[in-house]
Design a protein around this ligand. Structure first.
Ligand SMILES: [Zn+2]
Length: 305
């Protein structure tokens, strides 16, 4: 364990989305279980571990004396429960799971329609500027490059255009059924009963700044109420969908405050200090094949000047 006085006044929040049983060529930025376990081992051995809401409480008291590391997962993937949660429990540490509530009953996120479609098919058809494009997706590299081209088209569509685009994509490629990738309500209840924090991540995962103000406020408040009813407990921190500066603005911070959230995480890279704004907490990603590398990366981020 690194001596507590050295750690005071700073904290790190790690971001994950998914953990795979084996390395996934289509999601190379996500760890497999053995890499994830190495990261957890390093954290459990060297740092005090908190939930994000515990860090926020401490930050709000302007002390940050309980400093260390928090682990966060975004979106609510089933592998969080099936693969990550057992590893966290085995090593006796907590984490915070940000869940978009609209996907708890067998929903699938738009990026996963693309990833899983491309994974299944040997060739895909899709619309680009209203023209149909056909791409071969036989090899891993064809699949990867096709996915990034498609994501770049779909990312910039508004909600209705995106819905129509996805429908056409599923029709053109006969993708009636796709695997269910997300957690269900009972998974959240079980993790919550074992000291994991469940946090808000809206209902349908829109980029907040792309919505009319009142719809953004509804997405924030309804996601929170749903989780609080399900868990019979306060839900006190939030993760902005996509989470980069510009994906949210000061209106959304007001909405979070009004809904009763005490803090929020972004996807901006950085270390938390006493002066960090609780509604704009930066996070980091850490990967590494050896525990020594993982520890050095964590220390470099922690003590970055
Ligand atoms: Zn997300």
């Amino acid at each position: 364990m690194i001596p507590e006085p050295l750690l005071r006044g700073r904290a790190l929040i790690l971001t994950f989305h998914r953990v795979f049983a084996q390395r996934d060529v289509l999601r190379p930025s996500e760890p497999d279980v053995s890499e994830f376990e190495s990261i957890v081992q390093v954290i459990a051995r060297h740092f005090p571990v908190y939930t994000v809401s515990e860090l926020v409480n401490n930050l709000r008291n302007k002390k940050l004396t309980q400093s260390g590391v928090a682990i966060s997962f975004d979106d609510g993937y089933l592998d969080n429960y099936e693969l990550a949660y057992p590893i966290l429990r085995k090593h006796g540490i907590k984490a915070t799971f940000y869940v978009a509530t609209g996907f708890l009953k067998g929903g699938i996120m738009w990026n996963d329609v693309i990833t899983e479609g491309v994974r299944l098919l040997q060739a895909v058809e899709y619309l680009k500027n209203d023209h149909s494009v056909r791409a071969s997706t036989q090899t891993a590299s064809e699949k990867t490059s096709c996915m990034s081209q498609i994501v770049n088209i779909v990312k910039y569509l508004d909600l209705n255009q995106r819905r129509a685009w996805l429908e056409s994509f599923r029709d053109m490629n006969a993708l009636e059924s796709l695997p269910s990738l997300m957690m269900e309500e009972r998974h959240l209840q079980e993790m919550h009963a074992h000291d994991m924090e469940i946090g808000g991540h809206t209902v349908s995962h829109p980029i907040l700044s792309s919505l009319e103000k009142e719809f953004a406020e509804q997405e924030i408040a309804q996601g929170k109420h749903f989780l609080e009813k399900l868990l019979q407990s306060d839900v006190s921190t939030f993760a902005y969908p996509n989470g980069k500066p510009g994906d949210y603005n000061s209106n959304h911070i007001d909405f979070l405050e009004r809904a009763g959230f005490s803090g929020a995480v972004t996807t901006r890279w950085g270390t938390i200090r006493i002066t960090t704004e609780p509604y704009e907490l930066p996070r980091i990603g850490v990967r590494g094949q050896s525990r020594m590398k993982i520890l050095l990366r964590l220390l470099r981020e922690y003590f970055r000047s």
